[in-house]
Ligand binder design. Structure first.
Ligand code: FE2
Ligand code: FE2
Length: 336
């Protein structure tokens, strides 16, 4: 789903290595020519580190993002909705694995990445630490959260690092399906009974502001933005992407007759933007730092799933060893 642009204090404290100016200049020239950087190419340590940070956060977000929606698979209101939701949640698992593979091309093992997530050392998008209280939440998540992901990821599909950019192309196609299935749920509820319309409005009220926070801190709080933009890891600032999302979403809300919970929302004819109110950054940082409504529940669920899957990993490893003709359990292949 979600390329979170969250940078922690620890990221900022790590010392920047001194790079060879000639190599740096050539690297920048390649980026400026629009070339793609591939895994075996020379790259500044900081470029590699920023990519590992962004890509691993993104992969973790896809995986944790399955949890709030997975909760509703057994409660989907009919077979069609259930099939669409299963397909969507499965897609998110695929996105996570794709991006873990991409991160591995930068020299980090998947085991390390998964360990970081399970131990609570890794970040993932804050949005998945909110609860899904009603069926309308599933519609609104598809509409807002996958909608925000598309805004982010369409741009990442042109990022300078080849494996990441290529992964985004397929992922964006699937995100479009996710967004449409979500918006369709909302459109149907908006035509329903009073209770269904209230349920939809309540979900919109709860998810709107956390969805705006998905784009990360304001540019004034994002000290690495300049380098990331120069290296084409990012192509637009967090605030620019957030504005694009708001501009796309307001007319959709109007089309199905739901109110966005922002008394300051107004159209500015000069800039052709929907101007929105102040984001509660204290809430954002509280959730990022582990104190959202569901942070502990999400990590506990991931740890349980990992432990429950131990036998699958053991069986797959034993099978791979058997296929390779290697001895199993320290035994000799000669006896076989
Ligand atoms: Fe998605
Ligand atoms: Fe996704």
């Amino acid at each position: 789903m979600y390329g979170a642009n969250v940078e922690t204090a620890a990221d900022r404290k790590a010392p920047a290595p001194v790079e060879d100016p000639a190599l740096l200049a050539e690297f920048q020239a390649r980026i400026d020519r629009g070339e793609s950087i591939e895994p075996k190419d020379w790259m500044p340590a900081r470029y590699r580190r920023q990519l590992v940070r962004m890509m691993s956060q993104h992969a973790h977000s896809e995986i944790v993002g399955m949890l709030p929606e997975g909760n509703w698979i057994t409660r989907a209101p009919n077979l069609r909705r259930k099939m669409a939701l299963i397909a969507k949640v499965q897609d998110e698992a695929g996105h996570g694995h794709y991006i873990y593979c991409g991160t591995e091309t930068l020299g980090v093992s998947r085991d390390e990445l998964v360990d970081d997530l399970l131990a609570g050392r890794a970040k993932y998008s804050q949005i998945f630490n909110y609860p899904t209280l009603t069926w309308a939440d599933i519609g609104v998540i598809g509409w807002f959260v996958d909608g925000a992901a598309i805004v982010n990821q369409t741009v990442l599909a042109k990022a300078s690092y080849g494996p990441y950019a290529r992964a985004m192309i397929r992922i964006c196609k699937e995100e479009n399906f996710h967004k449409r299935q979500g918006f369709e749920i909302c459109a149907v509820l908006s035509q329903g009974t009073d209770a269904q319309r209230e349920m939809l409005q309540d979900a919109v009220n709860r998810w709107w502001w956390p969805s705006l926070m998905m784009f990360g801190p304001s540019d004034t709080d994002s000290p690495n933005s300049r380098d990331l933009l120069a290296w084409r890891i990012k192509r637009f600032t967090n605030d620019e992407l957030r504005q694009r999302f708001v501009n796309l979403t307001v007319p959709q809300a109007q089309a199905i007759g739901v109110r966005l919970p922002d008394p300051d929302l107004r159209y500015d004819a000069d800039t052709q933007n929907w101007v929105f109110g102040e984001i509660d950054w204290a809430e954002f940082w509280a959730v990022v730092n582990g104190n959202g409504p569901c942070n502990r529940e999400r990590l506990a669920a991931r740890n349980k799933a990992h432990a429950d899957g131990a036998w699958v990993r053991q069986a797959a490893t034993a099978y791979a060893a058997k296929r390779a003709g290697a001895p199993r359990d320290g035994g000799s292949t000669a006896a076989a």
